[in-house]
Write a protein that binds this ligand. Sequence first.
Ligand code: PRX
Length: 635
Amino acid sequence: MASFKKMHADSIADREAFWSREARRIDWHKTPERVLDYDRPPFARWFAGGTTNLCHNAVDRWLTWNGGALADKPALIYISTETDTERTYTFRELHAEVNRVAAMLADLGVGRGDRVLIYMPMIAEAAFAMLACARLGAIHSVVFGGFASHSLAQRIEDATPKVVVSADAGSRAGKVVPYKGLLDEALNLSGHKPARVLMFNRGLAPMPLAAGRDVDWQSLANRHFGAVLPCVWLESGEPSYILYTSGTTGRPKGVQRDTGGYAVALAASMQHIYCGQPGEVYFSTSDIGWVVGHSYIVYGPLLAGMATVFYEGTPVRPDAGILWQIVERHKVAVMFSAPTAIRVLKKQDPAYLAKHDLSSLKALWLAGEPLDEPTARWISDALGRPVVDNYWQTETGWPILTYPMGVEALPRKFGSPGYPMYGYDVRLLHETTGEEVAVGEKGVVAVVPPLPPGCMSTVWGDDERFVKTYFDSIPGKQVYSTFDWGIRDADGCHFILGRTDDVINVAGHRLGTREIEESISSHAAIAEVAVVGVADQLKGQVPVGFAVVRDPGVIASTPARLALEGEVMKTVDSQLGAIARPARVHFVTMLPKTRSGKVLRRSLQAICEGRDPGDLTTIEDPGALAQVKEAVAAK
Ligand code: PRX
C-alpha cells in the first residue's frame, strides 16, 4: 500500500498527473482536453473539455458493470421510522424511477441549465428528483425541509428555478411538519415565480393545488410510466447543483458545484477515505438538505456502486437501537453520522448497542462539527470499530482533513480530524500577518489554490463574491479561507478550534447569526439584537440572543418578558425554521459595543459560557456589560 504522505505530496507537486489517474474512476463520454485549466485564478476548471453525466455514473453505469452483476442488487434502501415504511430499489428500479421523474420534469419544461428547487423530506422521491435533474443536465438546489418561508424565499429568488418540487409534509419525531403552507408563503414573498410546482402527496397534510401552477406528482407520473430519457452529456465545468450555505452576511451563498470534478473527487474519496466497494451497503444519517446528503447519501455511494440507506427518522425512535438495528439488518459496511447523534445516543442505555450484530461495519465516520474526545472514546469503545473524524465544508464537498483508511492506517488521535487530504495544500496562517504559524500555534485553516476537484466552482451568479468572500480575507495572500481556526501538532495532526466568523454550528447544522438577527429584528418590538453561539453539551452550540426593545415598558414584568421571548422565538420559527430558534433571548436596554460601534460578540459569548469576557478597554459603556451579566444570571 502506497504511503499517504507520498500520495499527498504527489497530488500537490503534479496536480494534473495525480487527477488524470483519478479521473479514470468515472465514465467520460468525451475525454477531457485539459486536466486543469487554471488560466483565471482562483477559478479552477477541472477536466475541461471532457463531458460526462452524474446520473449515468451513479445509476446507468451499474446496470452493465461486471456483466450486470449489480443491476438487480439494492441501490437505494428507503427506511422511514416516521411512517413505518421500508422499500428497496435495485439499480434497475432506481433507473426506471429516475427516468420517469426526468420525463416528468422535461414535461414541465425543464432542460439543461434550468434550475429546479427541491424542498422535500427524506423520501425516495427526493433522491429520484435530484438524479433526474442530473440526468437532464438541470441544476438542482435542495433546500432543507426544516427551513421556513423566509429562508426558502431567499433561495427561490437567488436560484430562480423554473420548477419547484415539494411534498405535502415532512415528519420529525412523529410530528407532521406541513410544507405546502410554508412553500406557498415563500412563493408569495419571492420576487421570482417558478412556472410550475410539482407536489408529491404522502397523505400526511392538506396540499391544496394552485390551478395552472401546481401539478400533482402521481397524475403526472402516470403519464410517463416506462419512459427512458438519454443522459445529457455536460461539459465537466457545467454546474450540477447549487447548495445554499450561511456565512457572515444575512444572505446565504449559493455554493455552485461542477459536474466532472465532483464525480471524480467523490469516486476517489469513496475508496480512499470511506473504503466502500460496489455491492456493499452505505448508511449516512444526514439529510439531503445538507452537503453530506448530497455527497454522501446520494452521489458518493451510488458513484461507488454501493446501496445507500435513505433514512427518514431520528436516532432514538422507536428506540435508541434503531441505527444499529439498520446496520445489522442491512449489513451496513460504511456508516456516516454526526457527533450530535452520537451524543444523543450516549445518554441512552448502552445495551442498545450491544444488542445488535455490527460485524458488517468497517468503521464509523463522523463529521460536521467538532468531535469531542469523550464522545469519540465512548462510541469507539462501544462499537469496537474505528471511529473516523472528517473535517470539511459545504464549499469543499468532500473532506479537507481526515484519516484516509483506504490508503494507509495512519495513527488516529481523539479530538483530531487528522491530516490534509490529497489535493488540498492546507496551511495554518496568522490572521493578520498571513504568515504560516508554528506547530502548536493557532492559525486560520487556509488552502493554497487551486482548490482540488469537487470543491465549489463559484458563488452562483456572483464570481466577484466568490473571490471576495473566500480568497480575500488573509492579508497579502490569495488563499482560500475556511473561516475555521486550527492548530497542528508535531505529528501533523490538525485540530479544529471553531469558526473565525459569525457562523455557528447547532447540532452539526451550519447557521449564520446574522440571519437570525435579521429575523429577530423584524419583530416590531425589537430595536436591535445580537445573536451569538453558546456552547451546549448536546448540540455543540445553540444560538442565544440579546435584544434591545423599542419600549422598555413591554418588558417591565417577568410574564411580559417571557411572552415577548416566546413571540420572538415564534418569529424565527416561522421565518427561518425551528432549527434557527434561539435557546434564549435576553432583553437589555443597550448592547455592549466598542466606541466604533462594533458589538462585543466574543464578550457576550464568554459571559454566557461563564468565561472571562476578555479585553474590554474599547467598550463604550461598561453598564451594557453589567446588564448582560445580570440578564444571563437571572435566567
Ligand atoms: O466549522 C467547521 C465545521 O462545520 C463547518 C462546515 O459546515 P458545513 O458547511 O455544514 O459542512 C459540513 C460538512 C461535513 C466547518 O467550517 N466542521 C465540519 N466538520 C468538522 C467541523 N468542525 C470540527 N470537526 C469536524 N470534523
